[in-house]
Write a protein that binds this ligand. Structure first.
Ligand SMILES: [Zn+2]
Length: 347
């Protein structure tokens, strides 16, 4: 597939960073810097410097600070990130801490629009005209001492508290494509609940709400881990015309597995790159007893790799499962490992 040359230009690293810079320039600057002084450095310079920590692969903010003396880093910051004046790591943190994370949403939307306009997204349509969006919660800060008003708290038996921040990230991916496209992550905060389940599910609710608003024409299959197999979070997905493939297990979904005990499943065997997948499925079964009207389709997958090692997975989906699509459903769900650390590089 060929991409029109102007679109291609936008999709280069340089083009995308220019677009991101433009959205950062549009974010209203908070009136005063933390010391009550006139801003020494623009907010957009602080944001772009923050982004460069990832793009230029600095292992820490301190390394970024040290890197500011390096002429190559200076050059990249100026030409690629369009940073007129780079902040120290302390100053950058002080400035960025005061910004609402939602203010950077337009950057994600702008980049995604470029990908769509460049027709790149067409290569990511996976099943039933939908793209796969893998969602997962991830931690990005934890400390026993440093904390802020939005920190989630874990209270330990000995009276100490661990403060942490997490977010729910969602990326568009495809099992046959190397690149993944992140959508704007959803911060998880103290108000989201005290358990990992509550936190991720509440964050998913917001993530999905924003997704529907920002991408009204994009049809998606959301793949999530076993934490999300709850009716209140899955029903809106189906009602809005999207699909889900969600992990299940006997601990989280006991009544589903109880239901399955007596049924005879359809089985299907697939061999791919030395791996044998034994797939079984059963359609139209209630996800749990409290919502008997909410029926799902169950897929069980036993994988035996070349060395004879077996692993076992179970999912539920709203997509009616057939012998023709069961492998694709299993493969689509396993592709979410692209965003998880447990991904086996040989997969
Ligand atoms: Zn905090």
């Amino acid at each position: 597939m060929s991409i029109h040359s102007t679109e291609k230009k936008h999709l280069s690293a340089n083009g995308m960073l220019r677009e991101v810079r433009a959205t950062f320039d549009d974010i209203p600057t908070l009136p005063k810097d933390p010391r009550g002084l006139k801003h020494a450095i623009s907010q957009a310079d602080c944001l772009m410097s923050g982004l460069s920590v990832f793009g230029l692969k600095f292992p820490s903010l301190l390394q970024f600070d040290n890197g500011l003396d390096d002429p190559v880093v200076k050059h990249n910051l100026r030409t690629l990130y369009r940073v007129k004046e780079a902040p120290s790591d302390t100053y950058m943190r002080e400035r960025l801490d005061t910004l609402d994370p939602q203010s950077i949403r337009p950057a994600f939307v702008r980049i995604f629009a470029l990908i769509q306009r460049g027709k790149v997204i067409e290569d990511y349509v996976y099943l039933d005209g939908c793209v796969l969006i893998a969602c997962d919660g991830t931690g990005m800060f934890s400390s026993d001492a440093v904390h802020c008003g939005n920190c989630c708290e874990k209270h330990h038996k000995d009276g100490t508290i661990t403060y942490y921040h997490q977010m729910l990230s969602g990326v568009v991916l495809h099992p046959d494509q190397r690149e993944v496209f992140p959508l704007c992550p959803e911060p998880i905060s103290k108000g989201d609940g005290s358990t990992k389940n509550d936190c991720e599910q509440n964050a998913f609710g917001r993530f999905f709400h924003h997704f529907c608003k920002e991408h009204p024409h994009l049809k998606a299959i959301f793949t999530c881990d076993a934490l999300s197999a709850k009716v209140p979070y899955l029903r809106p997905v189906v009602e809005k015309g999207h699909h889900f493939i969600v992990g299940v297990n006997p601990t989280g979904n006991p009544s589903l597995f109880e239901w399955l005990k007596g049924v005879e499943m359809v089985t299907h065997k697939v061999t791919l790159r030395g791996e044998v997948l034994e797939l079984s499925f059963y359609n139209k079964i209630p996800l749990n007893n409290s919502h008997p009207d909410f029926e799902v389709n169950f897929v069980d997958c036993k994988v035996t790799n070349r060395r004879g090692k077996t692993s076992h997975f179970s999912w539920v989906t709203d997509i009616p499962v057939t012998k023709e699509n069961v492998f694709q459903i299993a493969r689509g769900s396993r592709a979410r490992w692209k965003i998880e650390n447990i991904m086996d590089p040989k997969n």
